[in-house]
Design a protein around this ligand. Sequence first.
Ligand SMILES: [Zn+2]
Length: 97
Amino acid sequence: MLIKKCEKCGDKISWLKVFISIMSGFTNIKCDKCQTEYYIISSYRLIIVVSVSFPLFLRNQILKILSPQFYSILAILWLIFMLSLSPFLLRTYVKKH
Ligand SMILES: [Zn+2]
């Protein structure tokens, strides 16, 4: 799955590569071909962390209308859904030397 192209060599940067970066704490993404390093814009880290943990913020409100079991299922589904979407939300930049 293609997320974006490398700005320098046009090689593809895959979903998996970006996903691994997110899961390992937003590490830099490196192009396989030309070794260009992509840094993650810090505000996007926040956007992703907030959107992934969104059900936690609304926990009390949700538990007023749903059972705890149902809430857990929803929260897990939300987590999987948002994590798989997160590579598409992420924006990166190249550090100029
Ligand atoms: Zn490249």
